[in-house]
Each structure stands twice: as structure tokens, then as C-alpha cells.
Design a binder for this molecule. Structure first.
Ligand code: COA
Length: 151
């Protein structure tokens, strides 16, 4: 089966919404994902395996900073390197567009995501106490992380 990274179009929003709902308790709607994918300051990348979109990531840039808005991999395809490849593929184009930092927020109890980000050189900038509540018995802190782009 062929594997490829490609830009998303709004036509991918329905599948992206399924992937998002499989990864997050506060699922984003197809309409909101479609809107984000269409925004000129959003880089939307997907991992395609044969005819199926199996992972995607959205990056939004403003004033030299880029935020990783979301990233999700099909639960059956996690741990195969798709998350890492999506972020790595975004680094050069984001830097070439003049962005100098890539920022994100991650729940303190999200071990796979924290492992992914640590491996890509993200470091801790701060935390938001009790930021995540959806789908949880008790609130969990958000860790604010970043890494340089380019240079
Ligand atoms: C976080 C997520 C996107 C990672 O996607 P993925 O395609 O599985 O990522 P990769 O296969 O590239 O794995 C990245 C690293 O995490 C590690 N990892 C994967 N699953 C793990 C787990 N359950 N526990 C600890 N580490 C794990 C991998 O070993 C890999 O490390 P390595 O590069 O040192 O080998 C995926 O787990 C997911 O969709 N989670 C639900 C949504 C989510 O939490 N998104 C992030 C919100 S901040």
C-alpha cells in the first residue's frame, strides 16, 4: 500500500472529523474543520495510505508564530511514525513562510503526544492549570511547549 503526505482540501473535512473524534473527547465538527482547512494561514497536512486518510495535522500561523492546532492518527495506525512525519514535513515550509516558532498545548496526561513532541525537540514554556476537562473525571493541566523553526 502506498503511503504519502499531502495537503488537505475542504473535501477531506468529513474524514478529518472522524479522525478527530477518535482522538479527542471534544470533537471538532466537519464544518469547523472545513473552515480551518480553507484558511490561508492554515497549513493542513494529511497522511494517505492507499485510498484512506489515516492521520492529519493543522498548523495556524500569525505574526511569525505557528500553532499546532490539532493532530490525530487513526487509532489502528498509531505508533507507525505518521504523527512524527506530519510535523517534520511542516517544519521547512513553515520556516520558509517566515515563521520562527512552533507552539502547542498538550494535556499533561497525554503520554503518546508528549513523547512525540519531546522527540521533535519541543520544550516546556509553561502550564495552564486544570485547562482540560472534557471527558475527564478531574481537570488536567495543559503544558505549553514550543520549538524553533528554521535558523
Ligand atoms: C498523539 C498522536 C497524534 C501520535 O500519533 P502517531 O502517529 O501514533 O505518532 P508516531 O507514530 O509518530 O509516534 C510518535 C512517538 O510517540 C511514541 N508513542 C506512540 N504511542 C505511544 C504511547 N502509547 N505511549 C508512549 N509513546 C508512544 C512513538 O513510539 C514515537 O516515539 P519515537 O519517535 O521515539 O519512536 C496519536 O497518539 C493520536 O492521534 N492521539 C489522539 C489525539 C491526540 O492526543 N493528539 C495530540 C493532542 S496535543
Amino acid at each position: 500500500m502506498t503511503l504519502a503526505l499531502r495537503p488537505l482540501t475542504p473535501a477531506d473535512a468529513a474524514r478529518a472529523a472522524v479522525l478527530h473524534a477518535q482522538g479527542f473527547a471534544d470533537a471538532w465538527s466537519e464544518a469547523s474543520l472545513s473552515g480551518l482547512i480553507a484558511e490561508p494561514n492554515v497549513l493542513a497536512l494529511g497522511a494517505q495510505a492507499g485510498s484512506a486518510l489515516i492521520a492529519f495535522a493543522l498548523f495556524q500561523s500569525a505574526a511569525g508564530d505557528t500553532e499546532l492546532l490539532t493532530i490525530a492518527t487513526d487509532p489502528a495506525r498509531r505508533g507507525e511514525g505518521h504523527g512524527r512525519r506530519l510535523i517534520e514535513a511542516a517544519l521547512a515550509p513553515l520556516a520558509a513562510a517566515g515563521n520562527t516558532r512552533l507552539l502547542l498545548e498538550v494535556a499533561e496526561d497525554n503520554a503518546p503526544a508528549r513523547h512525540l513532541y519531546a522527540g521533535l525537540g519541543f520544550t516546556l514554556d509553561g502550564r495552564r492549570k486544570g485547562y482540560y476537562t472534557a471527558g475527564r473525571a478531574a481537570p488536567v493541566d495543559a503544558l505549553l511547549m514550543s520549538r524553533p523553526l528554521g535558523g
